[in-house]
Design a protein around this ligand. Sequence first.
Ligand code: ZN
Length: 170
Amino acid sequence: MTQYVIEQLVRKIFRVTYRLAKTLVAAYGSHTLFVLEDLTNVTFNTEDLPKSLRNSHRSWSFFQLESFLTYKAQAIQSIVVKVNPAFTSQRCPKCGLVEKANRHHDTHEYWCAQCQYRCNDDRLGAMNIAMLGQDWLNCIKHPKIKKLTTIGWILIVKRVTVNYPVMLPL
Ligand SMILES: [Zn+2]
């Protein structure tokens, strides 16, 4: 890849991220909470990039988008919040189970082994990020998804089972 091609690629990423930030702000308007994953310490698969670009461009476009979006959002009294990305692609929004094996990369699908909830894996990530944004609005300073251990999960199921007959007379 020549220096010219690299510069063109960088300019194109710059234009696309700027347009995306502008479109998001225009679509959602003022007093909006934009929730992004905090990708500060996250590494990306850059095997499709030339070796010379793998380190320097690892997450550049994400930070560019965050920067543009923050700037544009502030201008219309909106906010950008970054949340912990851990387990956002593994948590079932219906039953709360966090399970890596539920995500099927080959078909871009999430399929919960416990409650059979199914949806596109990117959509699932967006739903979980939105949930963390809601946590932030509910005054949780650093919202994140906690993975329950198997023992923890069994305890919750047992508690629900035990409480259910008590609720029947209501
Ligand atoms: Zn589920």
